[in-house]
Design a protein around this ligand. Structure first.
Ligand SMILES: C[S@@+](CC[C@H](N)C(=O)[O-])C[C@H]1O[C@@H](n2cnc3c(N)ncnc32)[C@H](O)[C@@H]1O
Length: 306
């Protein structure tokens, strides 16, 4: 059986992958539970290492089967299992890693006896290291170079440059050593004050982050699949960017809310969040009055350490 595009399917992604025609999907973006005890609606995020890795092998095998021979698999994962999951992808599922990106963000969990977490790992895997989509000339994923921004150098490529593998979207908040065109991807997390926030899912990723991934690794009309739908960010961005999309999500409640989000999302609509992190900040619905009145919901808040 082949599942239709343009729908979010409620259920276990491992089973749902069996209903996807092998070799039919162009891009999979997966942001699985990190096995850190985060409280989801129905999923229990505290398994033994063995169980978590075994489960990972199963859903990742589904990714490998669903992808076209020239397809791409992006994986978001935390520190705890980044290295292990990279090896599962390479050794068990025969993917080639093209990039290990650090998404550097602020509004992370505050630690008092350690350093506050401010990054997530993003892996770009491909099935075939010679044949895969990489739209490096798309102006929407290129960033201004230092020659353009700092030196006003006439020799600067007017098209800017490709970001390096650390992604930073708002360098105004970043340490001096980072700039937007270096190898850290900086997109702020979707904090509680941001207009973009859907409000029902604590792990909502920013649309601009998914925008870069989808623009770079797929073309309009192609199929993007997210096996861990969450708040529906991947699907909303895929729809806005004119891709076909398929989502899986275990929670019935989240599926209903994703459908609401997608119902209010139009093809061609601009992505939420600051498009140009060098010159803008994410919009907020109303300016917060005082710090006391601000609501900040932390990503994977179980990680708070005393
Ligand atoms: C980290 S969240 C994804 C967040 C998403 N990237 C976003 O931007 O909103 C992981 C999601 O996977 C879902 N999930 C957990 N196990 C699943 C499974 N076996 N099949 C499908 N979804 C699952 C959880 O309910 C949760 O919503």
């Amino acid at each position: 059986m082949t599942l239709a595009t343009g729908r979010v399917y409620q259920g276990d992604c491992i089973k749902l992958f069996n209903e996807i025609e092998p070799g039919s999907v162009d891009l999979v973006f997966a942001d699985p539970p990190f096995n850190i005890g985060y409280e989801y609606d129905v999923y229990h995020d505290e398994r033994s290492d063995h169980e978590y890795l075994d489960w990972t092998k199963q859903w990742m095998a589904g990714v490998a089967s669903a992808l076209k021979p020239d397809g791409t698999f992006w994986l978001a994962i935390g520190d705890e299992y980044a290295a292990e999951l990279k090896l599962v992808a390479q050794r068990e599922c025969h993917f080639t890693c093209r990039s290990w990106v650090i998404w550097y963000y602020t509004f992370g969990v505050n630690c008092t006896r350690g350093f506050s977490r401010s990054h997530t790992h993003l892996f770009q895997f491909v099935k075939d290291p010679k044949q895969f989509t990489f739209n490096g000339d798309d102006p929407a994923i290129r960033v201004p170079s230092a020659r353009q921004l700092v030196y006003a150098d006439k020799r600067a490529n007017p098209k800017g440059r490709l970001p390096d593998n650390t992604w930073i979207l708002r360098p105004l908040d970043a340490p001096d050593s980072f700039s937007a065109d270096e190898d850290v991807w900086y997109y702020s997390r979707v904090a509680g004050t941001f207009k973009e926030r859907e409000g029902f899912h604590g792990c909502q990723m920013p649309e601009q982050l998914l925008g870069r991934i989808i623009r770079c690794s797929s073309n309009p009309g192609e199929i993007v699949l997210d096996p861990f739908g969450g708040s529906g960010t991947t699907l909303a961005v895929a729809k806005k960017l004119g891709r076909q999309w398929i989502g899986f999500e275990l929670s019935k409640d989240y599926v209903e809310k994703i459908n609401d989000r997608l119902g209010g999302t139009q093809v061609g609509e601009p992505l939420d969040g600051a498009a140009d992190p060098l010159r803008s900040a994410p919009p907020t619905p109303v300016a917060p009055k005082t710090r006391k009145h601000r609501t900040v919901t932390f990503h994977r808040k179980k990680l708070v350490r005393e």
